[in-house]
Design a binder for this molecule. Structure first.
Ligand code: FEO
Length: 135
């Protein structure tokens, strides 16, 4: 069973590019989660790298649209992004150095971060961006 499932009711921001990015991000997180049981560090590392890559690109994409449209919540929003990226990069570095593992608690942490961030923080930019012609 998938760790996280995108539904419009729970996650739609009504900005299609970001809704699509969120769905791609969920796919990568589910892939990482489903790879854990294998215990294959090569596969887990590849799935971790793929997830972190898409997270970084998504955050940059959102921040660019917030900046382009003069969104007043940009700084607070970016601070949340930066904190997660710092946590992810630290884990990535330690994992590849053999000093940390990726566990079900890791993927649950990211899932729970998304459960909070998208409905409470991302959705708030929807009406603003829609009003600036980004839908
Ligand atoms: Fe969709 Fe602010 O991350």
């Amino acid at each position: 069973m998938a760790l996280i499932t995108w539904t419009p009711e729970q996650f739609a921001t009504n900005v299609s590019v970001h809704d699509q990015e969120h769905q791609a991000l969920f796919e990568r997180l589910n892939k990482l989660d489903s790879t854990l049981a294998s215990g294959d560090r090569g596969a887990i590392g590849a799935a971790l790298d793929a997830l972190i890559d898409v997270v970084g690109k998504h955050f940059a994409s959102e921040e660019a649209n917030m900046e382009k449209t003069g969104y007043s919540g940009l700084a607070a929003h970016k601070a949340q992004h930066d904190k997660l990226v710092e946590t992810c990069l630290d884990l990535q570095k330690k994992f590849h150095a053999g000093a940390a593992d990726v566990t079900p608690e890791t993927t649950a942490f990211v899932r729970d971060w998304l459960y909070n961030h998208i409905p409470n923080i991302d959705k708030a930019y929807g009406p603003h961006m829609n009003g600036k012609g980004i839908a």
